[in-house]
Design a protein around this ligand. Structure first.
Ligand code: SME
Length: 175
């Protein structure tokens, strides 16, 4: 059995620099290469990011199914299972198609508090064939945790995230 190991020493650059995010993205690409199962890949991606991003209390994916977001692989405390489009930070990311960087979640009208410890949040929509198929949600117990540079760093991961096998789980149509 081979163990894929990501260690801080194998990750170049200081935590939080673009170099660091570049290095994490390369390692996530290697980790998921050759594996078609998207749930396995999303689970491992959330595990790596939870371990190697400082000062976060929750990270994971919500996946669009039949017109609403449904909880996917994550690391952190038990979370809300379903989020309607347009509600909360995650639902706003889907409705607008834009990254949501919220310095203080208490100032965000409609923020959904899954973990009361969360103070700031970054949500990136993941698109496939022009539609939002999922979001990556990252929560921090610190206000102002995510800078523009952190946003750019996570955006480096989008080509990889968007290349995953979304067809196997994305349910675009209401039933
Ligand atoms: N706070 C999010 C809900 C998801 S949990 O934080 C994991 C929101 O407002 O969309």
């Amino acid at each position: 059995m081979s163990m894929f190991e990501i260690t801080p020493s194998a990750t170049s650059g200081a935590t939080g620099t673009l170099d660091y995010y570049h290095s994490l993205t390369s390692q996530l690409t290697a980790l998921t290469a050759g594996e078609a199962d998207i749930i396995a890949n999303l689970a491992n991606i959330s595990a790596v990011l939870f371990e190697h991003i400082d000062n976060i209390n929750w990270i994971g994916f919500y996946i669009m199914k039949h017109g609403e977001l449904v909880l996917g692989p994550f690391q952190g405390k038990v979370a809300c299972v379903r989020i309607p489009v347009g509600q909360g930070v995650c639902g706003t990311a889907v409705a607008t198609g834009a990254v949501q960087r919220v310095e203080n979640v208490h100032d965000f009208a409609g923020h959904i508090a899954c973990d009361a410890a969360s103070e700031s949040e970054l949500v990136l929509p993941i698109k496939h064939q022009g539609k939002v198929v999922a979001v990556l949600d990252i929560d921090s117990p610190n206000q102002n945790r995510f800078s523009k540079l952190d946003q750019q760093g996570f955006e480096l991961m989008l080509p990889l995230l968007e290349s995953l096998n979304w067809h196997s789980i994305w349910k675009p149509h209401a039933e």
